[in-house]
Design a protein around this ligand. Structure first.
Ligand code: PHE
Ligand code: CO
Length: 300
Protein backbone atom coordinates (compact mmCIF):
# COMPACT_ATOMS: atom_id res chain seq x y z
CA UNK A 1 0.00 0.00 0.00
CA UNK A 2 1.16 3.51 -0.53
CA UNK A 3 -0.12 7.00 -0.52
CA UNK A 4 -0.96 9.31 -3.33
CA UNK A 5 1.53 12.16 -3.27
CA UNK A 6 4.20 12.14 -5.99
CA UNK A 7 6.76 10.92 -3.50
CA UNK A 8 4.58 8.41 -1.87
CA UNK A 9 3.26 7.28 -5.20
CA UNK A 10 6.67 5.94 -5.97
CA UNK A 11 6.97 4.14 -2.73
CA UNK A 12 5.05 0.94 -2.52
CA UNK A 13 5.01 -0.17 -6.10
CA UNK A 14 5.27 -3.84 -6.76
CA UNK A 15 8.66 -4.18 -8.34
CA UNK A 16 8.39 -6.65 -11.12
CA UNK A 17 10.50 -4.53 -13.32
CA UNK A 18 10.31 -1.10 -14.72
CA UNK A 19 9.81 2.45 -13.75
CA UNK A 20 7.07 4.81 -13.09
CA UNK A 21 6.47 8.04 -11.37
CA UNK A 22 3.05 9.47 -11.28
CA UNK A 23 1.29 11.99 -9.25
CA UNK A 24 3.19 14.16 -11.70
CA UNK A 25 0.02 14.45 -13.71
CA UNK A 26 0.61 12.08 -16.57
CA UNK A 27 -2.04 9.68 -15.38
CA UNK A 28 -4.47 9.63 -12.52
CA UNK A 29 -4.36 6.84 -9.98
CA UNK A 30 -6.18 3.72 -10.94
CA UNK A 31 -9.25 2.89 -8.94
CA UNK A 32 -12.74 4.22 -8.43
CA UNK A 33 -12.59 6.73 -5.59
CA UNK A 34 -16.33 7.36 -5.71
CA UNK A 35 -16.56 4.13 -3.71
CA UNK A 36 -14.44 5.47 -0.89
CA UNK A 37 -15.56 6.73 2.48
CA UNK A 38 -14.01 9.85 3.94
CA UNK A 39 -11.17 7.80 5.43
CA UNK A 40 -10.55 6.33 1.94
CA UNK A 41 -11.63 2.84 2.90
CA UNK A 42 -14.31 1.07 0.86
CA UNK A 43 -16.11 -2.25 0.66
CA UNK A 44 -14.00 -4.93 -0.95
CA UNK A 45 -15.20 -5.73 -4.47
CA UNK A 46 -18.03 -8.23 -3.98
CA UNK A 47 -17.05 -10.64 -6.71
CA UNK A 48 -13.94 -11.09 -8.80
CA UNK A 49 -13.98 -12.67 -12.24
CA UNK A 50 -12.56 -16.09 -13.00
CA UNK A 51 -9.67 -14.41 -14.81
CA UNK A 52 -8.92 -12.28 -11.74
CA UNK A 53 -8.86 -15.26 -9.41
CA UNK A 54 -6.65 -17.08 -11.89
CA UNK A 55 -4.18 -14.18 -11.98
CA UNK A 56 -3.97 -14.27 -8.19
CA UNK A 57 -3.52 -18.05 -8.20
CA UNK A 58 -0.65 -17.87 -10.70
CA UNK A 59 1.07 -15.02 -8.87
CA UNK A 60 0.73 -16.80 -5.55
CA UNK A 61 2.04 -20.12 -6.88
CA UNK A 62 5.05 -18.55 -8.58
CA UNK A 63 6.03 -16.56 -5.54
CA UNK A 64 5.38 -19.15 -2.85
CA UNK A 65 7.62 -21.75 -4.41
CA UNK A 66 10.65 -19.48 -4.26
CA UNK A 67 10.24 -18.33 -0.65
CA UNK A 68 12.46 -20.95 1.04
CA UNK A 69 15.96 -19.56 1.33
CA UNK A 70 14.87 -16.08 0.23
CA UNK A 71 12.11 -14.93 2.60
CA UNK A 72 12.55 -14.57 6.35
CA UNK A 73 11.09 -17.35 8.48
CA UNK A 74 8.50 -15.13 10.14
CA UNK A 75 7.09 -14.39 6.70
CA UNK A 76 7.07 -18.00 5.52
CA UNK A 77 5.39 -19.13 8.72
CA UNK A 78 2.54 -16.64 8.24
CA UNK A 79 1.84 -16.97 4.50
CA UNK A 80 -0.69 -19.69 5.25
CA UNK A 81 -2.73 -17.10 7.14
CA UNK A 82 -3.68 -15.60 3.79
CA UNK A 83 -5.93 -18.61 3.20
CA UNK A 84 -6.27 -20.74 0.10
CA UNK A 85 -3.94 -19.82 -2.75
CA UNK A 86 -6.52 -20.36 -5.47
CA UNK A 87 -8.76 -17.34 -5.05
CA UNK A 88 -8.46 -13.72 -4.07
CA UNK A 89 -9.28 -13.92 -0.36
CA UNK A 90 -11.94 -11.99 1.49
CA UNK A 91 -10.19 -9.39 3.62
CA UNK A 92 -12.68 -9.92 6.46
CA UNK A 93 -11.70 -13.58 6.73
CA UNK A 94 -8.02 -12.64 7.14
CA UNK A 95 -8.92 -9.94 9.68
CA UNK A 96 -10.65 -12.57 11.79
CA UNK A 97 -7.33 -14.36 12.14
CA UNK A 98 -5.24 -11.20 12.35
CA UNK A 99 -7.16 -9.43 15.14
CA UNK A 100 -6.53 -12.11 17.77
CA UNK A 101 -2.88 -12.41 16.67
CA UNK A 102 -1.77 -8.77 16.76
CA UNK A 103 -4.84 -6.53 16.92
CA UNK A 104 -4.53 -5.46 13.27
CA UNK A 105 -7.29 -5.61 10.69
CA UNK A 106 -7.38 -5.22 6.93
CA UNK A 107 -9.48 -2.62 5.16
CA UNK A 108 -10.10 -2.32 1.44
CA UNK A 109 -9.15 0.84 -0.44
CA UNK A 110 -9.72 1.72 -4.12
CA UNK A 111 -6.00 2.26 -4.73
CA UNK A 112 -3.37 4.76 -3.67
CA UNK A 113 -4.56 7.05 -0.93
CA UNK A 114 -3.23 10.36 0.39
CA UNK A 115 -0.33 10.16 2.76
CA UNK A 116 -2.15 11.44 5.83
CA UNK A 117 -5.05 9.03 5.35
CA UNK A 118 -2.52 6.23 5.02
CA UNK A 119 -0.73 7.22 8.23
CA UNK A 120 -4.02 7.55 10.12
CA UNK A 121 -5.08 4.03 9.16
CA UNK A 122 -1.73 2.53 10.19
CA UNK A 123 -1.82 4.41 13.49
CA UNK A 124 -5.21 2.75 14.14
CA UNK A 125 -3.79 -0.70 13.27
CA UNK A 126 -5.83 -0.86 10.08
CA UNK A 127 -3.89 -1.92 7.01
CA UNK A 128 -5.20 -0.61 3.69
CA UNK A 129 -5.29 -3.21 0.92
CA UNK A 130 -5.97 -2.20 -2.67
CA UNK A 131 -8.80 -4.43 -3.80
CA UNK A 132 -8.26 -4.60 -7.58
CA UNK A 133 -5.86 -7.00 -9.25
CA UNK A 134 -3.55 -6.42 -12.21
CA UNK A 135 -4.55 -7.61 -15.67
CA UNK A 136 -2.94 -10.73 -17.14
CA UNK A 137 -0.88 -8.40 -19.38
CA UNK A 138 0.61 -6.86 -16.22
CA UNK A 139 1.54 -10.22 -14.71
CA UNK A 140 5.22 -9.39 -14.22
CA UNK A 141 4.94 -5.73 -13.45
CA UNK A 142 2.22 -3.39 -12.32
CA UNK A 143 2.91 0.26 -11.67
CA UNK A 144 0.65 0.66 -8.66
CA UNK A 145 0.27 -1.74 -5.77
CA UNK A 146 -2.56 -4.17 -6.37
CA UNK A 147 -4.23 -6.72 -4.13
CA UNK A 148 -1.45 -9.24 -4.70
CA UNK A 149 1.32 -6.87 -3.65
CA UNK A 150 -0.62 -5.56 -0.68
CA UNK A 151 -1.79 -8.94 0.60
CA UNK A 152 1.04 -11.27 -0.22
CA UNK A 153 3.80 -8.71 0.34
CA UNK A 154 2.59 -6.91 3.44
CA UNK A 155 0.06 -8.96 5.37
CA UNK A 156 2.06 -12.00 6.58
CA UNK A 157 4.38 -9.87 8.73
CA UNK A 158 1.41 -8.13 10.33
CA UNK A 159 1.03 -11.47 12.16
CA UNK A 160 4.43 -10.88 13.79
CA UNK A 161 3.96 -8.92 17.03
CA UNK A 162 7.12 -6.82 16.77
CA UNK A 163 6.69 -5.97 13.12
CA UNK A 164 3.02 -5.22 13.75
CA UNK A 165 4.00 -2.69 16.40
CA UNK A 166 6.58 -1.17 14.07
CA UNK A 167 3.92 -0.55 11.42
CA UNK A 168 1.68 1.23 13.88
CA UNK A 169 4.61 3.29 15.16
CA UNK A 170 5.36 4.24 11.57
CA UNK A 171 1.79 5.46 11.10
CA UNK A 172 1.98 7.59 14.22
CA UNK A 173 5.39 8.83 13.14
CA UNK A 174 3.92 9.72 9.76
CA UNK A 175 1.25 11.92 11.30
CA UNK A 176 4.00 13.70 13.20
CA UNK A 177 6.25 13.94 10.16
CA UNK A 178 3.40 15.62 8.27
CA UNK A 179 3.37 18.39 10.85
CA UNK A 180 7.17 18.66 10.69
CA UNK A 181 7.27 18.67 6.90
CA UNK A 182 9.49 15.60 7.09
CA UNK A 183 7.48 13.08 5.10
CA UNK A 184 10.15 12.79 2.45
CA UNK A 185 12.75 11.73 5.02
CA UNK A 186 10.37 9.34 6.73
CA UNK A 187 9.33 7.86 3.37
CA UNK A 188 12.94 6.78 2.84
CA UNK A 189 12.69 4.72 6.00
CA UNK A 190 9.52 3.05 4.75
CA UNK A 191 11.09 2.34 1.39
CA UNK A 192 14.27 0.82 2.81
CA UNK A 193 12.55 -1.27 5.47
CA UNK A 194 8.88 -2.06 4.87
CA UNK A 195 9.26 -2.31 1.10
CA UNK A 196 12.85 -3.37 0.43
CA UNK A 197 14.35 -4.48 3.73
CA UNK A 198 16.71 -7.43 4.19
CA UNK A 199 17.41 -9.23 7.47
CA UNK A 200 20.57 -11.10 8.48
CA UNK A 201 19.69 -14.51 9.94
CA UNK A 202 21.82 -17.44 11.13
CA UNK A 203 21.01 -19.07 7.79
CA UNK A 204 22.02 -16.05 5.72
CA UNK A 205 20.37 -12.97 4.30
CA UNK A 206 16.62 -13.03 3.82
CA UNK A 207 14.01 -10.57 2.58
CA UNK A 208 11.31 -9.05 4.76
CA UNK A 209 10.31 -6.09 2.55
CA UNK A 210 6.98 -6.37 0.73
CA UNK A 211 8.29 -4.98 -2.55
CA UNK A 212 10.80 -7.82 -2.61
CA UNK A 213 8.49 -10.55 -1.36
CA UNK A 214 5.87 -9.80 -4.02
CA UNK A 215 8.38 -9.54 -6.88
CA UNK A 216 9.39 -12.67 -8.75
CA UNK A 217 12.62 -11.19 -10.05
CA UNK A 218 13.82 -8.78 -7.38
CA UNK A 219 13.42 -11.27 -4.52
CA UNK A 220 16.28 -13.56 -5.64
CA UNK A 221 18.26 -10.57 -6.92
CA UNK A 222 18.17 -8.78 -3.56
CA UNK A 223 19.20 -11.81 -1.53
CA UNK A 224 21.66 -13.54 -3.83
CA UNK A 225 22.96 -11.36 -6.63
CA UNK A 226 26.63 -10.36 -6.37
CA UNK A 227 25.66 -7.17 -8.24
CA UNK A 228 23.38 -5.93 -5.48
CA UNK A 229 25.00 -3.89 -2.69
CA UNK A 230 23.92 -4.38 0.88
CA UNK A 231 24.84 -2.29 3.90
CA UNK A 232 23.80 -2.27 7.53
CA UNK A 233 20.69 -0.51 8.78
CA UNK A 234 21.57 3.01 9.88
CA UNK A 235 18.66 5.36 10.40
CA UNK A 236 20.27 8.68 9.54
CA UNK A 237 22.18 7.21 6.65
CA UNK A 238 18.96 5.81 5.21
CA UNK A 239 17.16 9.12 5.57
CA UNK A 240 19.95 10.77 3.59
CA UNK A 241 19.80 8.22 0.80
CA UNK A 242 18.05 8.65 -2.52
CA UNK A 243 16.44 5.61 -4.02
CA UNK A 244 15.44 4.36 -7.40
CA UNK A 245 11.87 3.85 -8.38
CA UNK A 246 12.54 2.76 -11.93
CA UNK A 247 14.57 -0.42 -11.51
CA UNK A 248 15.74 -2.87 -8.90
CA UNK A 249 17.18 -1.12 -5.88
CA UNK A 250 20.89 -0.48 -6.29
CA UNK A 251 21.45 -1.11 -2.60
CA UNK A 252 19.59 -2.69 0.26
CA UNK A 253 19.72 -2.11 4.01
CA UNK A 254 20.13 -5.04 6.37
CA UNK A 255 18.67 -5.31 9.86
CA UNK A 256 19.68 -7.90 12.48
CA UNK A 257 16.21 -8.37 13.91
CA UNK A 258 12.78 -6.78 14.10
CA UNK A 259 13.63 -5.88 17.69
CA UNK A 260 16.60 -3.87 16.44
CA UNK A 261 14.41 -2.12 13.88
CA UNK A 262 11.77 -1.28 16.46
CA UNK A 263 14.28 -0.05 19.05
CA UNK A 264 16.25 2.05 16.58
CA UNK A 265 13.12 3.83 15.38
CA UNK A 266 11.47 4.28 18.79
CA UNK A 267 13.09 7.61 19.78
CA UNK A 268 11.43 10.88 18.85
CA UNK A 269 12.48 11.73 15.29
CA UNK A 270 12.14 15.50 15.73
CA UNK A 271 15.87 15.94 16.47
CA UNK A 272 16.74 13.20 13.99
CA UNK A 273 15.07 15.09 11.15
CA UNK A 274 16.97 18.22 12.16
CA UNK A 275 20.29 16.39 12.16
CA UNK A 276 19.61 14.71 8.86
CA UNK A 277 18.65 18.04 7.28
CA UNK A 278 21.85 19.61 8.60
CA UNK A 279 23.97 16.75 7.27
CA UNK A 280 22.28 16.97 3.88
CA UNK A 281 22.86 20.72 3.79
CA UNK A 282 26.51 20.17 4.54
CA UNK A 283 27.42 16.90 2.83
CA UNK A 284 24.54 16.31 0.46
CA UNK A 285 22.31 13.34 -0.08
CA UNK A 286 23.70 9.87 -0.72
CA UNK A 287 23.11 8.66 -4.24
CA UNK A 288 21.19 5.43 -4.74
CA UNK A 289 23.58 2.50 -4.63
CA UNK A 290 26.49 4.42 -3.12
CA UNK A 291 28.51 2.71 -0.41
CA UNK A 292 30.40 5.05 1.91
CA UNK A 293 34.05 4.73 2.88
CA UNK A 294 34.42 2.33 5.78
CA UNK A 295 30.95 0.90 5.32
CA UNK A 296 30.82 -2.87 5.57
CA UNK A 297 29.03 -4.67 2.77
CA UNK A 298 27.05 -7.85 3.28
CA UNK A 299 27.72 -10.51 0.73
CA UNK A 300 25.30 -13.31 -0.09
N1 PHE B 1 9.94 7.41 16.55
C1 PHE B 1 9.36 8.03 15.39
C2 PHE B 1 9.03 9.48 15.65
O1 PHE B 1 9.08 9.96 16.74
C3 PHE B 1 8.12 7.30 14.94
C4 PHE B 1 8.43 6.15 14.09
C5 PHE B 1 8.52 4.87 14.62
C6 PHE B 1 8.62 6.32 12.74
C7 PHE B 1 8.81 3.81 13.81
C8 PHE B 1 8.90 5.25 11.94
C9 PHE B 1 8.97 3.99 12.47
O2 PHE B 1 8.69 10.19 14.74
CO1 CO C 1 3.76 -1.86 -0.54
Amino acid sequence: MKALSPRAASRAVNRGAAPVTYGTGDHPPRGDYARARSDYTCEQVATYSAVEHETYRRLFARQRQQLPGLACEEFIAAVQQLGGPDRIPRLDAISQRLRPATGWELVAVPGLIPEEAFFALLAARRFPVTDWIRTPQEFDYVVEPDVFHDLFGHVPLLFNPVFADYMQAYGRGGLKASRLDACELLARLYWTTVEFGLIATPHGLRAYGAGLLSSAAELPHSVRSPQARRVAFNLQRMMRSRYRIDSFQASYFVIDSFDQLFAATAPDFTPVYAEVRATIAQAGEIEAGAVLPGEREFTP
